[in-house]
Design a protein around this ligand. Structure first.
Ligand code: DHK
Length: 143
């Protein structure tokens, strides 16, 4: 009954990266919020700047029976067919998450390759969006 949360490139710098857009919360703080929200559910929380590592984690989530997946693909959202293809294989609910409202930003951020293959999209709620996404997955995967 493990929930997976995956974070893409540059999110390791959350809190000091364009705080006017992404806020001052660090990824470590986001992880602690998610663990608190998940309660006794298993939770895997990862970040990588490498596309291949993100894909390997999606495969591991599939192969180990992960029940739900939240992914902030960051810049890979708009470029990575391999990540999109991996998400299509995940059997449970997938929530695409963006801290910012990508549709109110520069045009390069407007076309997500992931949105057509995921269950739901959360965008613009800030870092707290992760907690809402975890809670939604818990509801969707309740026994
Ligand atoms: C994070 C990023 O790194 C950007 O590349 C995305 C997303 C937006 C976010 O809002 O969490 O476009």
């Amino acid at each position: 009954m493990t929930i997976w949360i995956l974070n893409g490139p540059n999110l390791n710098r959350l809190g000091k990266r364009e705080p006017e857009i992404y806020g001052h919360t660090t990824l470590a703080e986001v992880e602690s919020w998610c663990r608190e929200a998940a309660g006794d559910r298993g939770l895997r929380f990862h970040q990588s700047n490498a596309e291949s590592q993100i894909i390997d984690w999606v495969h591991e989530a599939i192969d180990t029976g992960g029940t739900g997946l939240v992914i902030n693909p960051a810049g890979l959202t708009f470029t990575s067919v391999p990540v999109m293809d991996a998400l299509k294989m995940f059997p449970g609910p997938v929530i695409e998450l963006h801290i910012s409202n990508i549709h109110r930003r520069e045009a390069v951020y407007h076309r997500s390759l992931m949105s057509p293959v995921v269950t739901a999209v959360v965008a613009g709620l800030g870092a707290r969006g992760y907690v809402h996404a975890v809670r939604a997955l818990l509801e969707m995967t309740a026994r």
